[in-house]
Design a protein around this ligand. Structure first.
Ligand code: PMP
Length: 437
């Protein structure tokens, strides 16, 4: 037996390197390591654990399936668990989207659902070119990687699917047009509309456009409702199916059940994973029936929709919808955001506090460094990492992300209480202070 099994694990995975804990127990928003220390988990499986760890309704749903009689594997055949999951998910979706929607189980990870969405729009349109966004994260398989904006070491390799056009995402704080705010978004939309409308741009005809309704790994960037509505109008007018990747921002996290609801739009294809499986692996695409032009068997797979994940997921979705945990997330997000903004007023090292609901990011900068043309101080990756480590010492797990690994990302379970939010903010404040001084 190896002394430290973690020493033989590949360096390709970043979480275990930055958060070198051996977890022993998990309950609610907390985890305990093998030395008995408890931590608040504001990573929560990168937003997977909407109900926190070991929520009783999730455990009950899984146990209900383990009576030794029900099927645990069915090769995607219909079961009671699957039926119930579909019903719960469709009850969460806006009625105008659910009415004409088809669902396809993919599996088991978010990246599998992205691949299915990509193949779906290419099959339905007979085109191959895709439109994607700078700073995007869609997964680690070849197709998903090709759709990903450059994110440091995660960036895509050469020779992936061809014909992907990268477009500017409305990252106002470091606006690619040097404008920021509503003006930067307006110019960005204008640019995209021109690209799609100009036959000389080499962009048309595209099989689809894919974007995260709120960018997560790319640094927690939430476009305005106007920008999203603009994207919906442009894609509709150009006849390009719009794929919204809500793998991370969906299911209540942003304060609405789906982040696109903030803009009052609906996608043509919706990609979901993470929280929908109630902590177990599950991924689906939900899309307009007009796109359902697969040949029978065109997208098969052995592990499609694990039965336990469907049961856990159905229970999770029901609880989120019935207890209005989306609204709770909105209120708790506002509270946490206010704490972080108060810190921003005291520390020039905080460039921006942003996000939506319980999907928050704090961009760490170097106030002594040379400002860019917009007057923004440079990214401060080293300090972001130091704050993360200081948080860890004080019992708070959070992740760093963003295009330059300078954004501290907070994604606590949606069940977090006001007192716990205050505790997270206190730890964060003390960690920031220690890292800065
Ligand atoms: N899309 C988004 C928006 C994500 O955040 C992620 C995972 N962080 C994925 C897709 C890929 O999901 P998975 O890691 O389960 O493959």
């Amino acid at each position: 037996r190896l002394q430290h099994q973690s020493e033989v694990e590949s360096n390709a995975r970043s979480y275990p390197r930055r958060i070198p804990l051996e977890l022993r127990r998990a309950e609610g928003i907390h985890v305990q390591d093998s030395e008995g220390r408890w931590f608040i988990d504001c990573l929560a499986g990168a937003g997977t654990l909407a109900l926190g760890h070991n929520h009783p309704v999730v455990l009950q749903a899984i146990r209900g399936l383990l009576d030794g009689k029900r099927p645990l594997h069915t090769l995607d055949l219909m079961t009671e668990a699957k039926d119930e999951f579909i019903n719960e998910l469709f009850a969460c979706l806006p009625a105008e989207f659910a009415r004409d929607a088809r669902i396809q189980f993919c599996g088991p990870a978010g990246t599998d659902a992205v691949e299915a969405a990509l193949k779906l729009v290419r099959t339905a349109t007979g085109r191959s070119q895709m439109l994607a966004f700078h700073g995007a994260y869609h997964g680690m398989t070849q197709g998903a990687l090709s759709l990903m904006g450059s994110l440091g070491p995660k960036q895509y390799l050469d020779g992936m699917i061809s014909g992907v056009q990268m477009l500017p995402y409305p990252y106002g704080y470091r606006c690619p047009f040097g404008l920021g705010g509503a003006e930067g978004e307006r110019v960005g939309l204008h640019y995209i509309e021109n690209q799609l409308g100009d036959p000389e741009s080499g962009v048309l005809p595209a099989a689809g456009m894919i974007l995260e309704t709120v960018q997560g790994e790319g640094g927690v960037i939430a476009p305005s409702a106007d920008w999203l509505r603009g994207i919906r109008r442009i894609t509709r007018e150009a006849g390009v199916p719009l794929i919204l990747d809500e793998v991370q921002c969906g299911i209540g996290r942003t304060g609405r059940l789906f982040a696109f609801e903030h803009a009052g739009i609906t996608p043509d294809v919706l990609v979901l994973s993470k929280a929908i499986g109630g902590s177990l692996p599950l991924a689906v695409v939900v899309y307009h029936k007009d796109l359902d032009r697969w040949q029978p068997g065109a997208h098969a797979g052995t592990f499609r929709g694990n039965q336990m994940a469907m049961a856990a997921g159905a229970a999770t979705l029901r609880l989120i919808r019935e207890e209005r945990l989306d609204q709770h997330a909105a209120a708790m997000g506002e509270r946490l955001c206010a704490h972080l903004q108060a810190l921003q007023a005291r520390y020039p090292q905080i460039g921006e506090v942003r996000g939506r609901g319980l999907m928050l990011g704090v961009e760490i900068v170097d106030p002594q460094g040379r400002a860019d043309a917009m007057g923004r101080a440079p990214h401060n990756r080293a300090l972001a990492s130091a704050v993360q480590q200081q948080c860890l010492r004080r019992g708070l797990i959070l992740e760093v992300g963003g295009r330059h690994s300078s954004v501290l990302r907070l994604l606590p379970p949606l069940i977090i209480t006001a007192a716990q939010v205050d505790q997270v903010a206190d730890i964060f404040a003390s960690a920031l202070d220690a890292a800065v001084n």
